[in-house]
Structure formats: structure tokens, C-alpha cells
Design a binder for this molecule. Structure first.
Ligand code: S3P
Length: 440
């Protein structure tokens, strides 16, 4: 456990490239492991979460190689070709790693045991085991369907049509991954559309997957047992990581920042839309496509922000960005009201509670509802001067460090190590742009 302090800072200036997208990195390794032949992956996020997925796919029989300064290379085993693991699969802190892998394992005739760190062992898994049971897999778990958990996959997976009860790209992806080794069409219907990286990447590897808008929502239909072929990919920069330097630049007067090669998938840009509504000047320049995903360079200059009302319908497109939005809101003029936040309670920590407590400790007026948050902005620097408990949550740590830059007194996070799960090099990158981060 390593504490880190953010000291009041002046401006954020310069240009930078954030690490690869976490969601896309997990999917690239998993799908490459289910393809035939070689895949090369450039820009893979080399954070703890993704390294756990790489290690798991190796134990399941994929060959994975990484040379210094070269792209990752994966030799897959083909759809349905993974082998039974000889040890427990420890997915660390990663809900995405665990839930997506359960989908893959559900339609393989093997037995596997998954576990994770204290945060992941507290997170609900029934949301994926329920549809995967319908497809024929069996799960044995302790009370509340938490990890550690045993999956007994099936040789004869049944394709299903499943309507998501919660807006979750992880659940959608788990069902589609299980459907890869089921005969016929597996369909997932989403009343509220979530990130579509799985659909895009499966298509890139050669799967047939149709997306249609129907009365019940957006339906993604996958034809089972495709031949996935190895690909060469470049993973875009993670917009959820870009969010931290972006907000720092938005709230520190006089800042100017350019972030190169950031993914701008429309299911991920809710924070940018909200910051623009609040008055931030953000440009998306040099738009292009990488790995079937839209990418741009983001240019931002500081502006004075005003509070807004963020509708629940926007939550899926910024689900991981509420903690950092709350920081922007704390520095804005007036109240920002965020709705539809129930899912934040089951992330790496109870993020709604953690954000409300942390902001209050930093002298910001907040109101926490069961699934909403109201932040009364100061219209300038916040008081700060608190020690924040990270609770194994990388985004809580990074958010409060950004708050400390815009505070009157330093803000310390008790444990900065979890930042490694998604944003290795966060502190060095921020310091390079002008942030005053120091050991306490
Ligand atoms: C993710 C989906 C989201 C998000 C998570 C990554 C993914 O989770 O919070 O960080 O890669 O599919 P949910 O599916 O639980 O909303």
C-alpha cells in the first residue's frame, strides 16, 4: 500500500498519450485466443487487470508472447478449443476479466475455478451465471454467487435470446462469448445500449453478428461456431483513462492539453458530452478508425464550468466516469445532479458512497440518494485537505488525486497501487503535464 498526495497545482499543459483501452484489451486477448493462427496486438493496456486476462488465456492453452518494444502476439486455439486449466484462475481486481471469461468457459467442456482480490470477491456474478445456466453451464458458488466460483462448462451449449435486466456490456459480452461455441443464433437484447466493443471486434475477427433496433431495444445476433481468424490490431487509447487529465485541464484555469489517439466510441463519450454541456471546450481532431473503433486526438482548454443535470439515459455511456465527473462538478458553478447511478454501488467499490464521502471530507457539499448524486460546486478551488480511502478502487484514487490539484489544501489517497490496474504510469504522465503529485 503506497499513499500519494496531490498538491494544489497551477496549469495542465502539453500533449500526452494515455494507455490502451481496458475493455478492448481484454476482448482482444480473449478473442485472439479463440481464433486460429496468429494475432498481433499493438497498444495493449499493460495494466494489472489485462495482464491477469493474458495469464488466464495462457493457462487455458493460448500461446501469448510479448517481446520488449514489440506488439503482443497470440496464437489461438480456435472456437471451443480451450483446455481445462490446471490451476485456479485469479482475475485480480477485474470484473470485466472475470465475467467475460465465465462466458467463454460456459460453452467449453471443462471445469475451472475463478477467484479475485477482496474487491472482486465481493461483486455480483449472478448477472452472468443466470443466462449462462440457461445455455447449459453449471456454476457452484458461495452465498450471493460471488467468487471464488467453479464453472462446469457444457459441450452442448444452447443458443438463447436474452434481454438484459441491467445495462451491462459485461453481461452482453459473456452471453455472446458463450454463444460463440453454440450452434445457431445467440441474441442479446439491450433496452439501453452499452459499449459495443465485443460486437465490433468479433466482426473484425470474422464472426457474423447483426445489430438491429427493435421494439425491445437494440438486438445483437451472433451466428454460432464461426471460424475466427487471427488479426493485427492496434488498441485505441482508453477514454476512461483520458478522463482524468481531461478533467484536470478543464478545471485548472489557463490549462491547454492534447491527448492523442483516444477511442471515441459513441457508447463511451458521455463524459465528453457532459463536460461540453458544462462549458468545457473540447475538440475531437484527426478522426480515424483503429481496430474497428473510432479514434481522435482530443484538444481541451480550461473554461469556467457550470452545473448541469445528467439524465439516467446517459449512464451507460459514462458509467466509469461519474467519480471524475463529480470532481469537475465540485469545481463548477452551481449544482450538478446525476441520475441513474445504482450500478455504481457494485463497481470496484461502492463508488456512489465513496465519492459522496470523499467530496464531503474535502469540504464539498453533496447529497447522496439511493441512485443519484448532487454536487454543489464551489465555482473555483475546493477546500481539500483530506485523506481518502481508495478501497481497492483505481478510479476513486485517480479522481481524488485530480481533485487535490484543484484544491486549496493537499488531498492524499491512502493507496495508489490500484491505479496500476487500468492506468500504469498515471502519476508520471500527470506530473509531466504539470500536476504536483508527491509522496505524503
Ligand atoms: C465494461 C463494462 C462496464 C464498465 C467496466 C468495463 C466492459 O461494466 O463499468 O469498467 O468492458 O464491458 P458493466 O458491464 O458492469 O456495466
Amino acid at each position: 500500500m503506497r499513499a500519494l498526495t496531490a498538491n494544489p497545482s497551477e496549469t495542465i499543459e502539453g500533449r500526452a498519450r494515455v494507455p490502451g483501452d481496458k475493455s478492448i484489451s481484454h476482448r482482444a486477448l480473449m478473442i485472439a485466443a479463440l481464433a486460429t493462427g496468429q494475432s498481433t496486438i499493438e497498444g495493449l493496456l499493460e495494466g494489472e487487470d489485462v495482464l491477469r486476462t493474458a495469464a488466464a488465456m495462457q493457462v487455458l492453452g493460448a500461446e501469448i508472447e510479448r517481446g520488449p518494444g514489440t506488439p503482443w502476439r497470440v496464437w489461438g486455439r480456435g472456437v471451443g478449443g480451450l483446455i481445462e486449466p490446471g490451476r485456479v484462475l485469479d482475475m485480480g481486481n477485474s470484473g470485466t476479466g472475470a465475467r467475460l471469461l465465465l462466458g467463454i468457459l460456459a460453452s467449453h467442456p471443462l471445469t475451472a475455478v475463478l477467484t479475485g482480490d477482496a474487491s472482486l470477491r465481493g461483486r455480483p456474478m449472478a448477472r452472468v451465471t443466470a443466462p449462462l445456466r440457461e445455455m447449459g453451464a453449471q456454476f457452484f458458488a458461495r452465498d450471493g454467487c460471488r467468487l471464488p466460483l467453479t464453472v462446469v462448462g457444457t459441450r452442448r451449449a444452447a443458443p438463447i435470446s436474452y434481454t438484459l435486466p441491467v445495462a451491462s456490456a459485461q453481461v452482453k459480452s459473456a452471453v455472446l462469448f458463450a454463444g460463440l461455441n453454440a450452434p445457431g443464433a445467440t441474441r442479446v437484447i439491450e433496452p439501453a445500449p452499452t459499449r459495443d466493443h465485443t460486437e465490433r471486434m468479433l466482426r473484425t475477427f470474422g464472426a457474423k453478428i447483426d445489430v438491429a433496433q427493435g421494439p425491445g431495444g437494440r438486438a445483437a445476433t451472433l451466428q454460432g461456431q464461426p471460424e475466427l481468424r487471427g488479426q493485427s490490431l492496434r488498441v485505441p487509447g482508453d477514454p476512461s483513462s483520458a478522463a482524468f487529465p481531461l478533467v484536470a485541464a478543464a478545471v485548472l484555469p489557463g490549462s491547454r492539453l492534447r491527448l492523442e489517439g483516444v477511442g471515441i466510441n459513441p457508447h463511451r463519450t458521455g463524459l465528453i458530452d457532459t463536460l461540453v454541456e458544462m462549458g468545457a471546450g473540447i475538440e475531437m481532431e484527426n478522426r480515424r478508425e483503429e481496430a474497428g473503433e473510432p479514434v481522435a486526438d482530443l484538444a481541451i482548454a480550461a473554461a469556467s464550468l457550470s452545473g448541469v443535470e445528467v439524465p439516467a439515459s446517459r449512464a451507460p455511456s459514462m458509467i466509469d466516469e461519474y467519480p471524475i465527473l463529480a470532481v469537475a462538478a465540485a469545481c463548477a458553478q452551481g449544482a450538478t445532479v446525476m441520475h441513474g447511478l445504482a450500478e455504481l454501488r457494485v463497481k470496484e467499490s461502492d463508488r456512489l458512497g465513496a465519492v459522496a464521502r470523499g467530496l464531503a471530507a474535502c469540504g464539498v457539499e453533496v447529497e447522496e440518494g439511493p441512485d443519484s448524486l448532487t454536487v454543489h460546486g464551489t465555482g473555483g478551488r475546493v477546500p481539500g485537505g483530506a485523506v481518502i480511502e481508495t478501497a481497492l478502487d483505481h478510479r476513486i484514487a485517480m479522481s481524488f488525486l485530480i481533485l487535490g490539484l484543484a484544491a486549496e489544501r493537499p488531498v492524499t489517497v491512502d493507496d495508489a497501487d490500484p491505479i496500476e490496474t487500468s492506468f500504469p504510469g498515471f502519476a508520471a504522465l500527470m506530473v509531466g503535464l504539470g500536476a504536483k503529485l508527491t509522496a505524503p
